[in-house]
Design a protein. Sequence first.
Length: 333
Amino acid sequence: MVALARSPRIQPKTDETSAFEADVLAGLHATPKRLPPKYFYDGVGSQLFERITDLPEYYPTRCEMRILRDHGRDIARLVPQGATLVEFGSGSSKKARILLRALPPLAAYVPVDICGEMIEQEALELRPDFPGLKVLPVTADITQQFTLPQEALAAPVRIGFFPGSTIGNFEPHEAAAFLRNAARILGAGATLIVGADLVKPVDVLHAAYNDAAGVTAKFNLNLLVRINRELSGTFKLDTFEHHAFYNRERHRIEMHLASLKRQKVKVAGETIDFRAGETIHTENSYKYSVDSLGALARGAGWQPAGGWTDERNYFSIQAFALAKPQTTPRAGG
Ligand code: AVI
């Protein structure tokens, strides 16, 4: 009965809602307060993110698509015929479509995403556009170990694809853990193609996360809307404000939600106190250099194998190769 006493909701919690509740309460009781960025992406949050990618100030998506279009043939040189392409956190497969058009015939394309419904739907839409390509969606958390379908494992080699600068939303130690996990999943001889946003003038970064139309502010505040809806929260949206700024020492954009006054908010039956001006840290978006991402990848067992940027050097796509295990020469041979 303890759980019921803490939460006014009567219906039993699914694993997903109880993980959300546990993470939100832990983050709001922490000092400083924080919330994991993965919870931005409910239905409304995903739509708001799609709108962000079209904003005039938000350059990363356009830059990455341009690089894929301009350098698809060069990238394709790293992909042998008959390989399997595994996309980590594929979402709408928008970028994979560009890459797939440039690649030689593949054994399969495996989009991996936590949102099973979305990738099943995308697979349905991809198949008629790429007849002859096996599309084998896998529903999984890309930060955890998961198993590829048998057909993907049977291919002579696997190519990982991690676009969107999603790597930038990981803390550096999490990014390193992701790269090590990707190496385990893809196996010997693999190549990993990663999209990463680059360090650049602060005014460009500032504008990208403080757009004039206020879509990024809505995206940030939607986290409180979600908490109100799913965890019986009492956040008053007009008492919180979107803050985004570049932290030069740590090479990252930080997003926060700042309380405009001293107040108490209820979440899942618990009371959270806010001082005036106190913030909830909701996201970091790390900006890399070609060298800093290369160093991170090397530390996780990958060797730089190629790199491409747009003409302003705003964004990069970098390829890393996993060394094949050395075969031990036979004695007396
Ligand atoms: C998904 N991710 C790479 C975006 C970024 O730029 O860090 C999320 C985002 N946050 C605010 N605007 C976009």
